[in-house]
Design a protein around this ligand. Sequence first.
Ligand code: SF4
Ligand code: SF4
Length: 87
Amino acid sequence: MNITVKPNTTIVNKTGGWRTFKPKIFYDKCISCGFCSRICPEGCITMENLKQYKKLKPITNYDYCKGCGLCAEECVAKAIVMEKEDK
Ligand code: SF4
Ligand code: SF4
């Protein structure tokens, strides 16, 4: 089996379809540490300025989130919960 892929193609290989659970972030609990965005293996969490909180908060790109649950497991504030995906 040929498993070699062209370089720089991860952006077109959307991994969100693999998911059976998806992370839900509770922004009131989130302390804006940014740890989830650093440990996500898909690099699909970015810290963005949300006006209503006046702080950086994590935003998940569900096109690439594969539902591994690492962010929920490691969140120090327990602000991320994995929920069953509606398909
Ligand atoms: S790890 Fe938890 S507390 Fe830290 S930014 Fe992510 S959701 Fe917020
Ligand atoms: S569930 Fe996994 S892939 Fe999805 S945002 Fe969290 S760490 Fe990233």
